[in-house]
Every structure is written in structure tokens, then in C-alpha cells.
Design a protein around this ligand. Structure first.
Ligand code: GDG
Length: 497
């Protein structure tokens, strides 16, 4: 038995590599891209699960015909591995109800998530959650070690699995290990609050490449590393590992900014099923059903306190209240996908959002003609696309967001340069979508200003608005998810070499 820098004990670790599987490309993420559903008759079926990471990684896995290791979304179930219709091998990892509560809801989402999102709510530091986090990371690493071929490339995803690179390096030194963080990396003074900061960081440092979305994330990480006994060289670059860090044991790893993006080819077709005409008719019907408002605002988010849904509603309410927007003429559609529903801060956020929706409709709606159309359930990709096409103004106003794929997806539906995007300057996407109407979501006046500028711009200055949208459209088309993945994977190859 040997012990990693994270203190996780690893049975059977050796320097020649453990028993190998036959997958040369393995992605490991907390969740599989599917949810296991139990039907009324007890039969188990699978359903695609929404979320930024799934949207980004599915096309990459399909291209490589790789193996995806992750949790199937239901506690105490261990289904057999199976291959999807598109050729991806899904390898489930079992989590018990205890793991779910302590590792997932606890350490991942009530400690790390708020800590890394700059303390929008206060993180909880609980020792038994940390123990569960280490145990579950060991389990994920062990599963990966069993499916990866000798010399395989393993791509570890996100904040739930930050100890996996360290454990995996012990179990399988033959592997090339990349790690990508999908959420922001906080300034060092915030990261340092974490009681297990040293173990967490050292677990990561056994990767060959660590990728973040933004230059500012890399800067925070490198600044943190400077306070440790690492050697640091190079400059921060985009889509390359410009920084090299050498650990005291002599291991070298690359660090770089790799801004994630979307599968633009999937956005070009209005629907996966049905013709363009049918899609247009469905869109027209939706608009009619809403009472044909002249301006439709749209929000699409997981119901998460980081996304600023309540503040966006309050800004809309104040604009209706002041008469700047006419309730007979505008509508706001808010799609809120259920998320982490048992965590208190999420319950409170949902309750505040739903209270605001009720109040705004109570104040400004006519019977049969809501001014806020709110849905708290997820919709199919086809329906989501239809909402993107229906909207005049997309509202993406998170307090903090690693990237935000919704902003890019909306822009990708605008081949005709129509519409406008109101975007928080604290969304990672703001680094690239500079022609959006940027706002500070902590400042309600600034958010209102951006919403009005977008609405007035579409009416009074359509040519200028088209130019802004065209520039964002080109940016997204030229920097799609393939570029993200291929840049990361080729930097990983170089870093290992
Ligand atoms: C994390 C980071 C980063 C949403 N509702 C439905 C649905 N979605 C899809 C969207 C989009 C994805 O989920 C959401 O992605 P985001 O990037 O906006 O946000 P997170 O889930 O917080 O993702 C984020 C991302 O990882 C990737 O690195 O950008 O910063 O927080 O693709 O389309 N899809 C369907 N129905 C829904 O109701 N089908």
C-alpha cells in the first residue's frame, strides 16, 4: 500500500502500472451523460441529462469512441457498463446515499462550489464531507485504472474529482492525465480558506496538464502555486499550456486557459426532428400563445444562486414598474432547470425566484397573459432551441460563472444577426463575447440599463445591433467545442512528451 500526496491510501499501487483495460481515451466526470430512470413497471431506462459539461463533452467522446466513467445519477445502483448508440462506452461508478449526501451535496456543492464562486453563499467546512470526498475520489480513480489501456489518455473533469489525478498517478504511472476545471478558480486568499487546501492542490499537481476556462483563472492558480515549493516558468497563454510547473518530486505539468465552447453544428439545424417549415410554424404558434409580445426576454439556467435569476427578475420588475417597459408589449420567459434541490441555499433561491415570478405576474399580468413565463423543469434540446430562436433579448446575468454555454448557444442560433445578448461581466463568456450588452449583476441599475439599451437598440439602431451580433456569431463559430477539446488534448500530448 502506498500513500499519495493527498493522504489517500492506495492498495496495489506500483511503479509499473496496474491491470489495464482496453480504452485508450477515458473521460471521468462526476456524472455520466445520462440519468438512470425507473419506469412505473420497475424497468430501468436511460435519459440524456442536461448540463454544461455534458453538452461540451458528448461530441468529443463520440468522436474518439471513448469511455466515460461516472455516476449514473441514482444512489445505490450499479448498472453494468454499456455502449451508447453513438459508440461511447459508459462505465457507471456506484455512489451510496451516504456518498451522495456527503461527497456530492456536501463537499462538492456546499463547500467547493460556493468557495470557487467567490463566496456568493458561505461555504461549509465539514470534516466528514472531506473524508467522503477522498473516499469517492479513490473509487473513481480505481474504476478509471481498471478501464484505461496501457498508456491511455485520461481526462479528469471538474471540481468533484480534484484528487483523482494524484491517486491515478500512483495506481497507473503509465497514463497521461489531463484535468479541466469547469468552474472559476478563485483568488488565492479565498482558496486558502479551505482547511484541506494543501492536499487538494497536491492531488491536482500530479496531472500532466491542468486547464481552466480563463486567463484570470490561470493567474489565480499560478499565484496560489507561488506560495508553495513549486518552480514556475513561462507565460499564460490561451489554448496552449504556456505555464510549466515543476513539483519538488521533479514532475512537470502544463497549465493553460482553454475557453470551452459549444457544438455549433448541432445548433445550426432548427430541430433534430422535423423540417425547417415545421420548426417555423411551431415558433410562430409559441409567439401567438404568448399573446404576440413585441419583445421577448429569455433566461435559461440551472436553478442555481450563482446564475442571478432573482436579480434579473427584480430588474425586469422595476422596468415594468417605472413604465420603461410596457407589460402589454413585453414578456420574459425563464426556464429554470431543477438543480441540487435538497441543499438549503438552492431551496431558498427557488423560493425567492418563484415568489418574484408570482408577484410580478400579480402586479402586471392580465388573466391568460402572463408577463413572466416560468418553467421549473428541463425541456428537450429541440424545445430549448425553439426558445432561443423565439427570444429577442437573451439575459445571462450570473454573479459568477466559469464560462456559460447558454450565452454561446443563443448566439449560435443567430446566423441572421438578429437579437441581442445581455451578459454579466462575471460570466467567463464575457471575455470572448465583448459585443454583448455587458452588465454588473450586483448593480440592479446597471442591469436595467443593459436590458433597456438592448431593447432600444433593436428598435432604434437595428444595423448597429446586427453588427454586434454578427461579430459574436463569428466568434462562436470560429471557436467551437472541437477547438476546445483538440487544443486541450494536443497540449496534453505535448505536456506529457
Ligand atoms: C458548468 C459551469 C460552464 C439547460 N437547461 C436545459 C438544458 N440546459 C443546457 C444548456 C447548456 C447547459 O445545460 C448549461 O451550461 P452552462 O454553461 O450555462 O452552465 P452549468 O450547468 O453551470 O455548467 C459553466 C460549463 O460547466 C461548461 O464548462 O460553462 O460555467 O458552471 O448547454 O443548453 N438542456 C436541455 N434542457 C434544459 O432544460 N436539453
Amino acid at each position: 500500500m502506498s500513500e499519495t500526496a493527498t493522504g489517500v491510501s492506495v492498495k496495489g499501487a506500483n511503479q509499473t502500472g496496474g491491470a489495464a483495460g482496453n480504452n485508450s481515451f477515458v473521460v471521468v466526470a462526476n456524472r455520466l451523460p445520462v440519468d438512470m430512470i425507473t419506469e412505473a413497471d420497475g424497468a430501468k431506462t436511460w435519459q440524456a441529462s442536461p448540463g454544461g459539461l455534458v453538452s461540451a463533452l458528448s461530441p468529443v467522446l463520440e468522436k474518439h469512441q471513448g469511455c466515460w466513467v461516472g455516476w449514473p445519477g441514482v444512489a445505490d445502483e450499479s448498472p453494468e457498463p454499456f455502449r451508447t448508440e453513438r459508440g461511447v462506452l459508459l462505465h457507471p461508478v456506484e455512489l451510496t446515499q451516504y456518498d451522495y449526501e456527503e461527497f456530492y451535496e456536501g463537499f462538492s456543492n456546499a463547500t467547493l462550489w460556493p468557495l470557487y464562486h467567490n463566496l456568493i453563499v458561505t461555504p461549509e467546512f465539514n470534516r466528514s464531507w472531506w473524508d467522503a470526498y477522498r473516499d469517492v475520489n479513490l473509487r473513481f480513480a480505481t474504476e478509471v485504472a481498471s478501464v484505461a489501456a496501457h498508456g491511455a489518455t485520461v481526462w479528469v473533469q471538474d471540481y468533484q474529482l480534484q484528487l483523482v489525478p494524484g491517486i491515478l498517478r500512483q495506481l497507473r504511472p503509465d497514463l497521461t492525465i489531463g484535468f479541466f476545471l469547469h468552474i472559476p478558480f478563485p483568488p488565492p486568499e479565498i482558496y486558502r480558506q479551505l482547511p484541506w487546501r494543501d492536499e487538494m492542490l497536491r492531488g491536482l499537481m500530479d496531472a500532466d496538464l491542468i486547464g481552466f476556462h480563463l486567463v484570470s483563472n490561470v493567474r489565480n492558480f499560478v499565484e496560489l502555486c507561488r506560495s508553495y515549493d513549486f518552480e514556475i516558468s513561462g507565460d499564460i497563454t490561451i489554448r496552449e499550456a504556456g505555464i510549466t510547473i515543476t513539483t519538488p518530486s521533479g514532475h512537470k505539468l502544463g497549465v493553460g486557459a482553454f475557453p470551452i465552447s459549444i457544438d455549433t453544428s448541432a445548433m445550426a439545424t432548427p430541430t433534430a426532428s422535423g423540417s425547417h417549415e415545421e420548426a417555423d410554424e411551431a415558433l410562430e404558434q409559441m409567439h401567438l400563445d404568448m399573446g404576440s409580445p413585441s419583445t421577448v426576454f429569455l433566461g435559461v439556467d440551472r436553478l442555481d444562486y450563482t446564475k442571478g435569476i432573482l436579480q434579473r427578475l427584480l430588474a425586469f420588475e422595476e422596468l415594468l414598474d417605472s413604465g420603461a417597459l410596457d407589460p402589454a408589449d413585453v414578456a420574459l420567459v425563464q426556464l429554470a432547470t431543477p438543480s441540487r434541490e435538497r441543499i438549503d441555499s438552492y431551496r431558498i433561491t427557488r423560493s425567492n425566484v418563484e415568489e418574484a415570478v408570482g408577484r410580478i405576474n400579480g402586479r402586471f399580468a392580465q388573466i391568460g397573459r402572463p408577463v413572466v413565463h416560468y418553467q421549473h423543469r428541463s425541456v428537450s434540446k429541440d424545445v430549448l432551441m425553439r426558445y432561443y430562436r423565439l427570444a429577442d433579448i437573451m439575459l445571462v446575468t450570473p454573479f459568477r460563472d466559469g464560462m456559460n454555454l447558454v450565452a454561446k448557444e443563443f448566439v449560435a442560433t443567430r446566423a441572421d444577426s438578429s437579437g441581442a445578448l445581455v451578459l454579466s461581466e462575471f460570466a467567463g463568456a464575457a471575455d470572448e463575447l465583448t459585443q454583448a450588452h455587458l452588465c454588473n449583476p450586483f448593480d440592479i441599475e446597471d442591469t436595467k440599463k443593459a436590458m433597456l439599451q438592448a431593447a432600444w437598440g433593436l428598435k432604434d439602431n437595428p444595423e448597429m445591433m446586427k453588427e454586434r451580433m454578427a461579430s459574436m456569431y463569428n466568434q462562436v463559430m470560429e471557436h467551437d467545442v472541437d477547438l476546445w477539446a483538440s487544443a486541450f488534448l494536443s497540449a496534453l500530448d505535448k505536456a506529457r512528451a
